[in-house]
Design a protein around this ligand. Structure first.
Ligand code: 4NP
Length: 148
């Protein structure tokens, strides 16, 4: 089983989702491969943004070793679940041929977007986004386990 989390830059939101999901997988000894990617090429090779590293750290999750990459056509074949953080990510995924992208916010936040905290709100925005991603990622993994 393979799950890929996708946002725009792969430096703020999807690395948080990757870190949280990997933590859940480890704590529950699950055999699920987790990765994340961005729809854009803008930040390839970069580490997660400092506020994402900080908020993850404050919650006991180390994401500092992750490096941004862009989603590929091969990912669409390889991953069983591709999960967008907002609706524009879903549109971008569909435009490159992803047939059934999931929206993270459908797993506990009424289908809302996980907002991009990169441009606003300072650190508080990252705290809100972290909690939203945590709730939805917990639910997503429970959902996937219950189905398979
Ligand atoms: P992310 O946030 O999609 O959560 O990684 C962003 C980071 C950078 C940019 C956009 C979104 N940017 O335009 O550089």
């Amino acid at each position: 089983m393979k799950i890929l989390f996708v946002c725009l830059g792969n430096i703020c939101r999807s690395p948080i989702a990757e870190g949280i999901a990997k933590d859940i997988i480890k704590q529950n000894s699950l055999n699920i491969h987790i990765d994340s990617a961005g729809t854009s090429s803008w930040h390839i090779g970069e580490m997660p943004c400092s506020n994402s590293i900080r908020v993850a750290n404050l919650n006991g999750v180390d994401i500092s070793h992750f490096r941004a990459r862009q989603v590929t056509k091969n990912d669409l074949k390889e991953f069983d679940f591709i999960v967008g953080l907002d609706k524009s990510n879903i549109e971008d995924l569909r435009s490159i041929g992803c047939e059934n992208p999931l929206l993270l916010g459908d797993f506990g936040f009424d289908g809302n977007d996980v907002p991009d905290p990169y441009f606003f709100d300072g650190f508080d925005g990252f705290d809100k986004v972290y909690n939203m991603i945590k709730i939805c990622t917990d639910n997503l993994i429970k959902h996937i386990i219950s189905k398979y």
